[in-house]
Design a protein around this ligand. Structure first.
Ligand SMILES: *Cc1c(COP(=O)(O)O)cnc(C)c1O
Length: 229
């Protein structure tokens, strides 16, 4: 027997866990989008997951996504790519072209660049504001007390539609209070989507209202390449 379960099998397991958590909290399973985080994995590892019918994928670097995805997208044109890593303003154009959703909007200069590129291209990726719920100096995201004002400025100054919030809780802490904080900010700002939960904690995130969970290693296995988050 193959001791290493295939990515497609693990995808089914993750889906089943999401369905169980959603049901336990009286949420329709369709209210949770599973983003399979394929960063550092090559096309050969991604293809079986595409073949299994999965279409939402997460990448954390624009350049890596540009290298890997155009060929795959030509075979599977209905793929939805989610940018989950930090975005430099000078990559805003490429990001708007390639991604269905951007989960890392965290500063006004980026809001301004995205608004310009969206107007030029006529494309409108879903936008999530990243909130640094743990106020960690090394992590991107707006500080929690600044989040509501930032969302308002994105809307009023830059004319952007903001769809949701995203967070990455500190590694050494229980994630639930961070997810609850993100949910509260989302309610205050009347945002429909919450991007929260990774391999270790996506079930907790679903219980606390996640609409988008970002799951990498639980589907694709251990990442051998160093990758910042
Ligand atoms: C890598 C990454 C993930 C997935 O992490 P896993 O623990 O492998 O599920 C989720 N979100 C972000 C922002 C990431 O960079």
């Amino acid at each position: 027997m193959n001791v290493q379960a295939s990515a497609a099998t693990k995808l089914d397991e993750v889906r089943a866990h999401i369905a169980r958590s959603a049901a336990a909290f009286h949420r329709p399973v369709s209210s949770v989008v599973l983003i399979a985080v394929s960063k550092t994995f090559e096309a050969s590892a991604i293809e079986p997951v595409l073949a299994a019918g999965h279409r939402d994928f997460g990448e954390n670097r624009v350049q890596e996504a540009q290298r890997k995805w155009p060929d795959l997208v030509s075979t599977f044109p209905d793929v939805r790519l989610h940018l989950i890593g930090p975005l430099q303003s000078n990559k805003a154009r490429d990001a708007v072209r390639l991604f269905y959703a951007i989960h890392s909007l965290d500063r006004e200069s980026l809001a301004e660049h995205l608004a310009q590129e969206m107007a030029k291209s006529g494309r409108a990726p879903l936008l999530f504001v990243q909130v640094n719920t743990g106020t960690e100096p090394q992590k991107s995201g707006v500080a929690p007390p600044d989040a509501a004002l930032f969302v308002r400025r994105c809307r009023e100054v830059h004319g952007l539609i903001i769809h949701g919030l995203m967070c990455i809780p500190p590694e050494a802490q229980a994630p639930a209070p961070h997810f609850a904080m993100l949910r509260q900010i989302g309610r205050d700002c009347e945002l429909p989507f919450l991007s929260m939960g990774m391999s270790a904690d996506y079930e907790t995130a679903v219980k606390l209202g996640a609409t988008h969970v970002r799951v990498g290693s639980a589907i694709f296995g251990h990442r051998h390449t160093a990758s910042s988050i």
